[in-house]
Design a protein around this ligand. Structure first.
Ligand SMILES: C[S@@+](CC[C@H](N)C(=O)[O-])C[C@H]1O[C@@H](n2cnc3c(N)ncnc32)[C@H](O)[C@@H]1O
Length: 274
């Protein structure tokens, strides 16, 4: 089948253009940019039919290709990990903006999944120690593979633990966390492709708020005196999270994403800027 015919047949799945080219570059085993100029090239029929049948079954592209680009780097992804989202890059940018000139940063990425946030920051900032924490050993294994891929395995610990019962001796300068935040009652409304991602990576108790509340109540144990938490939140969660921040005598700042939705909450224990 030619690339052109594949593109025509894939049209009905309404994929973003970037994902169509990712599939083409995967099937032809060529670079992503090259994939944009290969309309007449032949894709092995069996490979193309296999990809199309997976799309028909609503399999997300990243699980077909085993990868997803995040903040300019290609991460290994599989069915044990959430597929990193473009909105999460906002959180990464907010951290970089504030810490790019700082040294010896100790950072924990809670609910780390593929390691997209923590491993990106490890390469963008002067981080002296990074903890990646996830309840799912299979997801943690993927984050370890990503660390190896980027050649940054030193000064990283991989902790398999439930954050709802976690205690640590280390206090951190930065806590980043993109927790599961979909309320149980909203799960049924998700697209079929999203439901292919691990349930425990998506859904959280207490109307999607349990992780924010638990981590905020633990602020003093997790953070150094000038430590800061960066949370990703769901579109309608800012009010509830900020209310809980105030109840814990902490201070919050909210950052919107490119679509104008509240997306990141930054929490510290004083009103002073970071
Ligand atoms: C929304 S995903 C975020 C993954 C990654 N940080 C990202 O942004 O792409 C949430 C992650 O939290 C993990 N998780 C779920 N419950 C947890 C718990 N109780 N303690 C620690 N991690 C948990 C899941 O395994 C999943 O990897």
């Amino acid at each position: 089948m030619t690339v052109n015919s594949f593109i025509k047949r894939a049209e009905k799945y309404n994929l973003p253009v970037s994902q169509v080219y990712d599939l083409i570059s995967f099937m032809l085993n060529i670079g992503y940019s090259e994939a944009k100029y290969t309309f007449d090239k032949e894709i092995d029929d069996e490979a193309a039919e296999n990809v199309l049948s997976q799309l028909e079954k609503k399999e997300p592209c990243a699980y077909i290709t085993g990868r997803r680009e995040f903040y300019g780097r290609e991460f290994i992804i599989n069915r044990n990990t959430l597929i990193p989202r473009i909105e999460t890059e906002i959180l990464v940018e907010e951290v970089i903006k504030r810490y790019k000139d700082k040294e010896n940063i100790e950072l924990i990425d809670i609910c780390s999944g593929s390691g997209a946030i923590g491993l990106t920051l490890m390469q963008e900032l002067n981080i002296s120690f990074l903890t990646l924490l996830d309840i799912d050993d299979n997801a943690l294994h993927v984050s370890r593979q990503n660390a190896e891929k980027f050649n940054i395995t030193e000064n990283i610990e991989f902790v398999c633990s439930d954050i709802l019962n976690y205690t640590t001796e280390i206090k951190y300068d930065i806590v980043v966390c993109n927790p599961p935040y979909i309320a149980e009652k909203e799960y049924g409304f998700l697209q079929e492709e999203v439901k292919k991602e691990p349930y425990h990576a998506l859904v959280a108790e207490d109307n999607g708020l349990i992780f924010y509340k638990k981590i905020l109540s633990n602020f003093k144990n997790l953070c150094k005196s000038n430590g800061v938490i960066f949370f990703e939140i769901g579109v309608s969660q800012a009010y509830s999270v900020i209310e809980y921040v105030s109840a814990c005598n902490l201070y919050a700042e909210c950052v919107k994403d490119y679509s104008g939705n509240d997306r990141v909450i930054i929490v510290k224990n004083s009103k002073r800027g970071i």
